[in-house]
Design a protein around this ligand. Structure first.
Ligand code: TRP
Length: 477
């Protein structure tokens, strides 16, 4: 006999798991870095506009589709009567695999930074060699090992299912994460650079914005909210009918945005406190999170010996609640579609993803072929060069390529189809029922019409316009 579908045990369970998915390395590592390179203020405003105009409506669309269909993204469209749309689900599963493959590598670094900080806290700080982090990235076996640990812990939680696995884990991870965040923000009030950090973040200067920054802001809005690949369709499929999709979406979006801004305040306050740092930050994606910060904790902060290790617990927890959701998308496909057991599905997915992760783990110096790899070859001219430039912004190495391609192409394209589906294909009475926005007297609440306007017009046109601009060669400087 078929078992009833597992469900979140409580309303808070869904919100915590979904915001756990949203809050991750995107907030702590990517956002502070891209906001810094795009000169703060104006970029932050564009990003907020993307979150409101595209992120929130797409979030609601995904949850509506998932909860209505009660199944994972690939079969979901068929269950709702449109099997031809299943490709959107497949695209999502592909994005999940690509993202998890590189994400687990970076997540693994948080384990070693944590151990490093623990050592410094107990035996005293020693200024590391300037190349220490590069050397660490070049140690192939260690890189693969750390990635493997992270994927193993993720698999363990996912294999235990929704209420007993994912919900239980995020109920511990998220409160710890939030408390650490509050502690770190309170600490940054006391730093000399706090005021300047706020100015950088919130004083817009639109002369700094390029076409590429707009695409980056949009891509990041998808990435940080875990949208465009069916993660929220999957999580929504375990949601009870009695819960409000609108309220849950708003809570997730607000929490994710507040945490991204808080992460900037924490990091920029430190950067502006130590003037020499400002020129070095933009040089590498990982520099800020894994090199600059640990040094600062131990050299510039009185509470650093405590805050250092605690900070990497935060990073690891944030990453873990996100890798869980990425793996769950793949696992739920195997469980729902091929009817494999959850354990078998988890083991097979995790091993498959790990084999891709190895290429990413070795692509930061350990293996030079993987580190300089470009999909269309290295030639100076021709169509391959053009593809490398347009599709991959001339990035090299598996980790960078996977990151760039998934965030800037796979997620926006997936998100475009999801909004088109929710706005134009799914019948109005169906989305209206899921959102429960009919008043007692039978009239439709204004919020429903607003949502529909955004998913029908604003979000698809916005996404489509940006994708088109980039294909036509918008400023890639
Ligand atoms: N949102 C996560 C972050 O900001 C990453 C993530 C988890 C994700 N699940 C996802 C991104 C699904 C896209 C789709 O770090």
């Amino acid at each position: 006999m078929a078992q009833p579908r597992d469900q979140w045990g409580s309303r808070l369970g869904f919100v915590l798991a979904a915001s756990g998915s949203a809050v991750g390395l995107g907030n702590l590592w990517k956002f502070p870095y891209i906001a810094w390179n795009n000169h703060g203020g104006a970029f932050v405003l564009i990003y907020l506009a993307c979150i409101l105009a595209v992120g929130m409506p797409v979030m609601m669309s995904e949850i509506i589709i998932g909860r209505r269909a009660q199944t994972s993204p690939v079969p979901a469209f068929g269950v709702l009567g449109h099997p031809r749309w299943a490709f959107v689900g497949w695209l999502g599963v592909a994005s999940g695999i690509v993202i998890l493959a590189f994400y687990a590598v970076i997540a693994g670094w948080s384990i070693s930074s944590f151990l490093q900080c623990m050592k410094w806290s107990f035996t005293g700080y020693e200024t590391p060699d300037p190349n220490a982090f590069g050397d660490f990235l070049g140690q192939g076996t260690l890189q693969v090992f750390l990635t493997g640990i992270f994927l193993t812990v993720t698999s363990f939680i996912v294999s235990r299912g929704i209420s007993r696995g994912i919900e239980k884990a995020t109920k511990i991870l998220m409160p710890v994460l939030l408390s650490i965040m509050v502690l770190l923000v309170l600490n940054s009030f006391s730093l000399a650079g706090f005021g300047q950090a706020l100015g950088f973040l919130f004083k817009p200067d639109f002369s700094e914005v390029t076409g590429h920054s707009v695409l980056e802001a949009l891509g990041h809005a998808f990435f940080t909210l875990s949208l465009g690949m069916g993660a929220m369709i999957t999580y929504g499929s375990y949601m009870k009918k009695s819960e409000s999709i609108t309220k849950a979406s708003a809570a997730i979006v607000v929490l994710d945005t507040v945490i991204a801004l808080a992460a900037c305040i924490i990091m920029y306050s430190i950067i502006f406190t130590v003037p020499e740092l400002q020129n070095n930050v933009g040089k590498s994606t990982v520099g800020m999170l894994f090199v600059t910060l640990p040094e600062m904790f131990y050299t510039k902060m009185s509470l650093g010996v405590v805050l250092g290790p605690v900070f990497y617990v935060l990073v690891a927890f944030a990453a873990l609640s996100s890798t869980i959701s990425l793996l769950e998308v793949v696992v739920s496909l195997l469980v729902d579609k091929i009817k494999w057991s959850r354990n078998k599905s988890t083991a097979v997915s995790a091993l498959g993803i790990m084999s891709l992760s190895v290429f990413c783990a070795l692509s930061n110096g350990a293996w030079s072929w993987a580190s300089t790899f470009e999909f269309f070859g290295h030639g100076e001219k021709g169509i391959g060069r053009l593809f490398n430039n347009r599709l991959f912004a001339d990035k090299q190495g598996f980790l960078n390529l996977f990151d760039h391609f998934s965030a800037n192409w796979m997620l926006p394209v997936g998100g475009l189809f999801i909004t088109l589906y929710a706005g134009w294909i799914l019948k109005r009475p169906e989305s209206l029922e899921e959102l429960a926005l009919t008043r007692e007297d039978g009239t439709v609440h204004w919020f429903y019409s607003t949502w529909l306007f955004f998913v029908r017009f604003v979000a698809p046109l916005g996404i489509g316009w940006i994708i088109l601009k980039v294909i036509m060669g918008a400023d890639f400087s």
